[in-house]
Design a protein around this ligand. Structure first.
Ligand code: GKR
Ligand code: MG
Length: 442
């Protein structure tokens, strides 16, 4: 069968609004930046992908343009292979010690892969979930967790955070206000549950002293005793601190996400293995098993039970391969997330749908962005779940007007990549990132 040819590749950096989310990297700015890749074919279809944005990523995509335009969809794997080889010439890259992944090549590749799969799915009338992995779709619904954050007070800054002037519900009101206590976090959990029906929750830590974050988990457990709960300080604590903070709440935690990390002469895979051995707690990570080599060592050392294989930095096929390995090796697949629009929500849903076996409810920042969109009908989280579409491709239709608006916002800003330090400096003068100290502990 002869499939259409790709006629045009368009790279569109976009920005959206965000709340004052706190984490080890600081405080989220009032905006987040992403990059949308659009591929058009000569049958008139458009395929899309969404990834984080940075100058390196935009350049990387541009570099691949001539390898993508003019190729046939039949050869989509070859196109990706060529892009991968070209990007590899940039040499090895490091994830870095921020909470977010600073690599370029793997993100660039994912954007191209997503748009290609979307187009290929449309040409062959197949949903992306059915194209992924050895066996395609494994489920028709994907469970998501309620991903909560401690929140800074926007009024302590003169930054243009959106306020909830006419909130539809408690969630829309609370996500714009300070939340730094166990009571406030429990309220966020309740409001998120009421709106989205989440059964499981994750709290982003690395902000307050560990014991205070453990109290937030206790408060969440009070109102949701059945929920699977986890706390993620992004490796901020030393091994001893992680044990001291989490041992007392081990019975109410389902797993600990990156409780410790690289420390002195120990690698993060070593401290995490030791943490597991000494506490008996299961561990998840998006920091110490972020490629196949690291995953191999993490598995050999028994450091990790739940690799959070976010498709944006594993590629969509890579993330599903991790899911297949987890299923074979007795580990549990999960997905990490950063702030994202609705194209990424679709990508993550299809990937999770193709991972075999029992998986962990996926992370998504969508609840912080809900109300903004780039597609005509974003996937919805209802009863804690996302439906996996049965329509061809990713199952989303780009809304050109909304895309233009998000691009115009990007152009109006002097922001080209994520920077959590600036907003944090309103709370603590001269604040600087320290991978081993919670953001408000200075
Ligand atoms: O959005 O602030 C954030 C998170 O801290 C994010 O940067 C992390 O990558 O969600 C992430 C995680 O699970 O570590
Ligand atoms: Mg994490």
């Amino acid at each position: 069968m002869s499939l259409p040819t790709i006629t045009r590749m368009t790279i569109v950096p976009v920005a959206g609004h965000d709340s004052f989310l706190l984490n080890l990297s600081g405080g989220h700015a009032p905006w987040f930046v992403r990059c949308v890749l659009i591929l058009e074919d000569n049958a008139g279809n458009r395929g899309v992908g969404e990834i984080p944005s940075s100058e390196g990523i935009l350049k990387g995509l541009e570099k691949c343009r001539s390898l993508v335009e003019g190729t046939r969809l039949n050869a989509w794997r070859g196109t990706l292979n060529n892009a991968k080889r070209l990007l590899a010439q940039g040499g090895p890259e490091e994830r870095g010690r921020q909470t977010f992944d600073l690599r370029v090549a793997v993100h660039v590749l994912t954007a191209i892969e997503s748009a290609l799969l979307d187009l290929y799915g449309q040409a062959t009338e197949t949903p992306v979930a059915d194209l992924l992995g050895r066996l395609g779709r494994q489920r028709d619904e994907v469970e998501a967790l309620g991903y909560l954050f401690l929140l800074g007070d926007p009024n302590k800054t003169d930054l243009p955070y959106l306020s909830a002037d006419d909130p539809r519900d408690d969630w829309e009101r609370l996500r714009c206000q300070e939340a730094l206590t166990p009571e406030a976090v429990a309220e966020l959990a309740r409001a998120a549950h009421e709106r989205y029906g989440f059964r499981d929750f994750k709290l982003k830590g690395g902000v307050l002293p560990g014991e205070q974050e453990a109290d937030c988990i206790r408060a969440m457990h009070e109102i949701f005793p059945e929920a699977r709960l986890t706390l993620d300080p992004n490796g901020a604590w030393s091994l001893e601190e992680a044990i001291r903070v989490l041992e007392p709440i081990r019975d109410i935690l389902s797993y600990a996400e990156d409780p410790c990390g690289q420390e002195g002469s120990w690698s993060g895979r070593e401290t995490m293995a030791e943490f597991k051995r000494r506490t008996g707690l299961r561990t998840a990570t998006n920091m110490i098993a972020t490629d196949f080599k690291q995953l191999q060592y993490a598995a050999q050392m028994n450091s990790v039970d739940i690799p959070l294989a976010d498709c944006h930095f594993w590629t969509m096929q890579g993330a599903v391969m991790v899911g297949e390995l987890c299923d074979e090796w007795g580990m549990t697949w999960g997905s990490h997330s950063n702030n994202h629009f609705d194209i990424s929500l679709a990508m993550m849903t299809h990937v999770a749908a193709a991972c075999p076996g029992e998986i962990t409810a996926i992370d998504t920042h969508w609840i912080w962005q809900d109300g903004q969109r780039l597609t005509e009908a974003p996937f919805e989280i209802r009863d804690g779940k996302l439906n996996v579409p049965t329509t061809p491709g990713l199952g989303v239709t780009l809304d050109q007007g909304k895309l233009d608006e998000a691009h115009a916002l990007y152009r109006s800003l002097d922001v080209r990549a994520r920077n959590d330090a600036t907003a944090m400096q309103y709370l603590i003068d001269g604040w600087a990132f320290d991978p081993k100290r919670p953001a408000l502990v200075r």
